[in-house]
Design a protein around this ligand. Structure first.
Ligand SMILES: C[S@@+](CC[C@H](N)C(=O)[O-])C[C@H]1O[C@@H](n2cnc3c(N)ncnc32)[C@H](O)[C@@H]1O
Length: 222
């Protein structure tokens, strides 16, 4: 069964003295996710926002591969924000900015998006968030993506999804049940419901990439 962590560092995982946290799933997932993103981001320039960055390990990995993109990680959780900043400093990459505090239940995301923050986004990336959060998080995510992505910008969503109301694997069904038991507002989302949100934000599903362990990467564009 897929496992999930709501707050890294409280799961018994490693915590470095500078606050860097470690997500065990990162080590399994980062290469296949990068392979999915690379297909769409190769040659791009500009700003990319990562939503719900968690530990900050993904953003550092992706930034290393894309010196022409500027990555803006974000999260809501204070411990995660500290870890993201610590990973940023540890990596010493010029193309990773300090994390933004973004609460995705806010369709504007955060005040910086209207001022000092990234503009005209080349991409938005979000892994493993919308099933571990109320539906209002998915709504806020798409509202902001629709507003802040530039004309040819893309939104990448990674995680488990249902197809036409059905789970794609028994393990995802078990995972979904465990999520809903923990919080009735959480749960593995159906692609059709996500596409409906996308339409409202003037985005459409342009690619569906099968990922290891019965996950998918959904790619949305205008
Ligand atoms: C399961 S973790 C995924 C972390 C990371 N993306 C990964 O794949 O390793 C879910 C993340 O979503 C964040 N999150 C939960 N609710 C949120 C909200 N309302 N707005 C923004 N982030 C949120 C959590 O703090 C956590 O870092």
């Amino acid at each position: 069964m897929a496992d999930y962590v709501v707050e890294f560092g409280r799961d018994g995982g490693r915590v470095e003295p500078d606050g860097r946290l470690d997500a065990p799933a990162f080590h399994r997932n980062h290469e296949p996710i990068w392979a999915a993103l690379e297909k769409h981001l190769a040659g791009s320039t500009g700003n990319v926002v990562e939503l719900g960055s968690g530990t900050g390990q993904h953003v550092v990995h992706f930034a290393r591969h894309t010196p022409d993109l500027i990555w803006w990680p974000s999260d809501l959780n204070q411990r995660h924000l500290k870890s993201i900043e610590a990973w940023r400093i540890h990596a010493g990459l010029p193309n990773v900015r300090s994390p933004l505090r973004i609460d995705l239940t806010d369709p504007d995301w955060c005040p910086e998006m209207r001022g000092q923050g990234p503009t005209s986004l080349a991409a938005v990336f979000c892994a493993n968030v919308i099933h571990i959060a109320p539906w209002s998080v998915a709504e806020g995510l798409f509202a902001g993506a629709g507003r802040y992505l530039r004309a040819e910008g893309k939104l990448f969503l990674y995680g488990p999804f249902k197809r036409a109301g059905k789970h794609t694997a028994l393990s995802n069904a078990v995972f979904d049940t465990s999520l809903r038991e923990g919080n009735p507002e959480w749960g593995v989302r159906d692609i059709a419901d996500v596409e409906t949100l996308a339409q409202g934000a003037h985005l459409r599903l342009v690619d569906t990439i099968d990922m290891p362990a019965n996950n998918l990467t959904l790619v949305f564009a205008r």
